[in-house]
Design a protein around this ligand. Structure first.
Ligand code: NAG
Ligand code: NAG
Ligand code: NAG
Ligand code: NAG
Ligand code: NAG
Ligand code: NAG
Ligand code: NAG
Length: 365
């Protein structure tokens, strides 16, 4: 028995000596130890295929989360064709530990006849991982020795870190040949310097083709309460997510000032057709607003509970000008006219109204 332990230790040492350092794994992730979050990779299918087979390759549990990440209608069929060279965005759970982030024990790939580790990394998973990382997490001592039917965990790179203090979803983008940091920055609306810092590149010239590049996608802020079951929901711009047991569809769009817009899902998805009422009041449902002359009242989604109840928030934004002071009546009703005048100060109401409308037109830009 002692002998077996010694052998195990020896082979462990050998393993450590032969394999690349662990800090090469995944993307940098310094979020609290063992943080998990949602992350994305962009998969470029080498073959014309279907959504269903991509879903199965990446072990995505529900087709609807694949559709949401790609901003496709929730009614899209699993047999929908994906052309070779199309990019399909794959959602998965990221886990951070020891300073780096990788997919949480998934996807699992079963080795086929004639596969090699390099082929699996480069061809099957289109360069999203390097074969050394597959070798490392699966504790394979000799990269040439894998067997048909062996199940391999593919460690997709990811991160849970906020970027520039903003809510972020990290997206692994495989760099195309001839592409530049500037192009990637423009395509995803990110600053070049942010990309360089995040990916540890000293200069844009250090960009390499076929590397998985960490692109931080800005996510919408939401009014979801921190005690809701979906408190950690993060939706990047240009996509949507289904939440509250598929009863609510939340979209993120820069046109709405990066605030999550949630509505009841208009179509019932099979088997989850019983959705609870989603009303703030008798008159307003989630996603509805009413506007009077200068007030606007919105009913927004605030999360859901394990009792399958939907939480809502009623919020009134008032742009009503304060009523002009009527002689002899101050706002606090004590008849002290002088106090009311000093509240407005030397500029008077006209200035206040002008200032407010300037503020409003600036905000509309
Ligand atoms: C993190 O690193 C430390 C020391 O480098 C090691 O002891 C520990 O097992 C690692 N944890 C994980 C989850 O890899
Ligand atoms: C592409 O499709 C061909 C034929 O369907 C198949 O033999 C090959 O393994 C596929 N390649 C990959 C990377 O899936
Ligand atoms: C790995 O396995 C191959 C095939 O069996 C063998 O030729 C090679 O020497 C092995 N490499 C190491 C480092 O053990
Ligand atoms: C949740 O939000 C409330 C206020 O809305 C705050 O008082 C509380 O500290 C928050 N809890 C956590 C765990 O963040
Ligand atoms: C707005 O409210 C009306 C009446 O309550 C309802 O029929 C409609 O579906 C609501 N719209 C949304 C987006 O919730
Ligand atoms: C606007 O809302 C405020 C309360 O938020 C209310 O006192 C006021 O009467 C409303 N004004 C109009 C024009 O609806
Ligand atoms: C947009 O959001 C920011 C921060 O959430 C806020 O400060 C700003 O007032 C908002 N602008 C508009 C037009 O709502």
């Amino acid at each position: 028995m002692g002998c077996a332990v010694v052998l195990a230790c020896l082979s462990f040492l050998l393993l450590c000596a032969l394999l690349p350092a662990t800090d090469a794994l995944g993307f940098t992730c310094t979020a609290q130890p063992e943080a998990t979050c949602q992350a994305l990779v962009g998969y470029i299918s080498p073959n014309t295929t279907t959504l269903k087979s991509i879903q199965s390759l990446f072990g995505v549990k529900h087709l609807r989360s694949l559709l949401a990440a790609n901003n496709l209608s929730p009614t899209t069929l699993p047999t929908a064709t994906v052309q070779a060279t199309d990019t399909v965005i794959i959602p998965f759970t990221c886990r951070c530990s020891n300073g780096s982030g990788i997919s949480d024990r998934s996807p699992v790939y079963t080795v086929q006849k004639d596969d090699g580790l390099y082929y699996i990394a480069a061809a099957v998973f289109s360069y999203l991982v390097v074969y050394q990382d597959i070798q490392l997490v699966n504790r394979i001592e000799n990269a040439s020795l894998i067997y048909i039917g062996q199940e391999l965990w593919i460690p997709l790179p990811c991160s849970c870190d906020q970027v520039d203090g903003e809510k972020t979803v990290h997206y692994a983008h495989v760099v195309a040949e001839g592409s530049t940091v500037e192009e990637i920055a423009t395509e995803f609306g990110v600053l070049e310097q942010t990309l360089l810092d995040l990916n540890g590149l000293a200069s844009p010239n250090a960009l390499m083709a076929y590397q998985a590049f960490d692109v931080p996608l800005k996510a919408c802020t939401s009014k979801i309460r921190n005690d809701s079951l979906d408190a950690s929901l993060l939706v990047p711009g240009g996509t949507y997510a289904l939440t509250a047991n598929n009863c609510v569809k939340c979209s993120c769009n820069s046109a709405y000032n990066w605030t999550l817009q949630c509505h009841p899902l208009e179509i019932a998805l099979s088997s989850d057709s019983s959705c609870p009422p989603m009303q703030c009041s008798d008159a307003l449902s989630i996603g509805n607003t009413t506007t009077t002359s200068c007030n606007s009242t919105a009913c927004s989604y605030a999360g859901y509970t394990s009792q399958n109840a939907i939480l809502t928030d009623l919020e009134t934004k008032s742009t009503c000008p304060a009523p002009p002071p009527s002689p002899g009546l101050s706002p606090n009703g004590n008849g002290n006219n002088h106090a009311a005048k000093t509240d407005i100060g030397m500029f008077g109401w006209n200035f206040l109204v002008t200032a407010m409308s300037i503020l409003l037109s600036v905000q509309r830009i």
